[in-house]
Design a protein around this ligand. Structure first.
Ligand SMILES: Nc1nc2c(ncn2[C@@H]2O[C@H](COP(=O)(O)OP(=O)(O)OP(=O)(O)O)[C@@H](O)[C@H]2O)c(=O)[nH]1
Ligand SMILES: [Mg+2]
Length: 300
């Protein structure tokens, strides 16, 4: 019954929100039908909001735990965008982002702060999954993120996990005031990676409710979080959905890194590189995680 309720809810959301259609889920047939609606409706989409335009690479939050620390987009990406050689990126590419973590750590509030500029102080558990679509323009190219907000409650976990598949970005959320929620991050990672290729996923570890912790308390948990982020090769961020601190920068960073990875992959696919000229997202010297992420040993 929970299954049915969750699927109905997602279906209803899709119908209510003409901006988005989920591309993957428990029933691909159901969504494939909807995909054509999405593609055909793309031509009538309104322009990207002015506050969703990304012209520069947003910087990481902490250089000790970043996916990479370069100041600018990869030069091949910039050139491809200038020459309008981004292939399917900008037309049909939508990056799937899944947001996971313990119950009540603030996943829904984080997404709502960014997508709706709203904050609800009352806790309302997510049942199964929910999602939002956010459209950006990166270096002049349209690019969308499909943000999947999943349930942290144990009883809804099996529903939520069926939506993990096909994620390009995994965001593991913990509460900076709750050390146990940071401790559970590895388990969330393991669950998310069962459905995804660890070498292709961009991973973020995000501490929420920064407004509730004193600087001393925060400092302590930040050290542990950065250590963990380095171990699991995630980029670390700390945010407050109540005040909005770092929320916009965080999502802009996700969109930018997903976009960059997509364009580089597209260039590689279309063979625009020269022989011997290796196009690799991790190829620059400032990448902190220079080797591809190996599947963590505790993953099955
Ligand atoms: N002070 C403060 N409270 C927050 C913040 N983010 C979330 N909260 C509160 O934390 C509670 C849980 O937030 P949710 O976003 O619903 O948590 P969730 O992770 O989506 O929970 P599940 O859907 O059950 O997995 C709510 O009462 C929010 O108001 C924050 O940045 N600061
Ligand atoms: Mg929620």
């Amino acid at each position: 019954m929970l299954w049915l309720a969750a699927v109905r809810e997602v279906w209803a959301r899709a119908q209510r929100n003409s901006r988005l259609i989920p591309s993957r889920g428990p029933s691909d047939d159901l969504y494939l039908g909807l995909m054509s609606v999405r593609v055909s409706s793309m031509s009538v989409l309104p322009p990207v909001r002015r506050d969703r335009i990304i012209a520069q690479l947003p910087q990481c939050y902490n250089e000790k735990a970043a996916l990479h620390t370069t100041d600018e987009f990869h030069h091949k990406v910039k050139t491809a965008c200038q020459e309008q050689r981004t292939g399917t990126v900008g037309r049909f590419k939508i990056a799937k982002v899944i947001v996971v973590g313990d119950l009540a750590v603030g996943k829904t509030c984080l997404i709502n702060r960014f997508c709706k500029d709203a904050f609800d102080k009352n806790y309302k558990a997510t049942i199964g999954v929910d999602f939002e679509m956010e459209r950006f323009e990166v270096l002049g190219v349209p690019f969308s993120l499909q943000l999947w907000d999943t349930a942290g409650q144990e009883r809804f976990k099996c529903i939520a996990s069926t939506y993990y598949r096909g994620a390009q970005t995994v965001v593991i959320v913990f509460d900076v005031n709750d050390v146990a929620s940071l401790g559970h991050a590895r388990q969330w990672l393991e669950d998310a990676m069962k459905e995804n290729d660890p070498t292709r996923v961009q991973l973020f570890l995000v501490g929420t409710k920064k407004d509730l912790s004193s600087p001393a308390q925060y400092c302590q948990i930040e050290q542990d979080a950065i250590e963990l982020a380095k171990e699991i090769q995630a980029e670390y961020w700390a945010v407050s959905s109540l005040t909005g601190e770092n929320v916009r920068d965080f999502f802009f960073r996700i969109a930018s890194l997903a976009f960059e990875a997509n364009v580089l992959a597209e260039l590689e696919k279309t063979g625009s590189r020269h022989i011997g000229d290796v196009v690799k997202i991790n190829s620059n010297s400032t990448n902190l995680y220079a080797t591809s992420r190996k599947k963590p040993s505790n993953c099955c």
